[in-house]
Design a binder for this molecule. Sequence first.
Ligand code: 1HE
Length: 258
Amino acid sequence: MHYQTLETRMEGSVAVVTLDRADCRNALDERAIDEIEHFFSRPPAEARAIVLAAKGPHFCAGLDLKEHYVKERTPAEFMRVCQGWHRAFDRIQHGGIPVVAALQGAVVGGGLELASAAHVRVGDKSTYFALPEGQWGIFTGGGATVRVARLITPNRMIELMLTGRVLTADEGMQIGLLNYLSEPGGALALAMSLAHKIAANAPLSNYSIVSGINKIWDMSATDGLYAESLLAALVQTSPEVQSRLREFVEKRAAKVAA
Ligand code: 1HE
């Protein structure tokens, strides 16, 4: 597939997918959403982790407001647009491969919805967050009511949307939008090194971590514990466990140390 809005490459077992519309601040038009869905539905077979990055000074300006203005969509048309975003971002969150997002500059509106589908978020001092939909008279439609609300609590999301407040990278760290704050300009390098470390885990462990925890969050406690035992039964008895644990038993494994 030749992508027009994405650039893709492999670095060892890490796939790097980069939003490539810096001239419009990586705003997400219908093609970009289709291409994101396509990539994350069929990631390279050898990919053990994925880094989601973006060209230019800003990660993503959200919904392509010009396209939305020009198309004058009907309610049914925009419902379909939203469902396309939900499909694409579900593939990121539930595709079974860990996704690390490298965030610089604006991570706003649909850009934050995209970032919140990743499993690990890395920023630097330039990174900032906002949900400015209110000023355009619109609402979130790319999954923020589910993913962003879970990350920062519904109450914080309501306040951000009502006031249009901009959160700094430090504030993003405090409330859980960022997992890591790198040195200036270092978000991509840190995201890559985390992704390489993640890629060294057993693929079935990673699959369970990225698909199981969020799915179990949607369940009752009883169902969740049952699902956890089923997942663990599958993962803990996989052949790779024996070779990894042998290293521990024979005292060749690295220790877990602070
Ligand atoms: C865009 C978009 C866009 C920039 N759609 N074209 N998102 C927003 O409300 C963000 C609106 N954008 C901004 O606040 C600023 O553009 C930025 C802070 C992101 C970047 O500022 P800056 O000074 O670096 O760039 P710029 O000069 O404002 O923009 C450069 C170009 O990108 C310019 O086009 P040009 O043809 O004049 O060069 C902008 O028009 C274009 N551009 N942002 C289209 N968003 C499923 S619902 C999701 C709901 C939402 O996401 S609401 C959108 C929230």
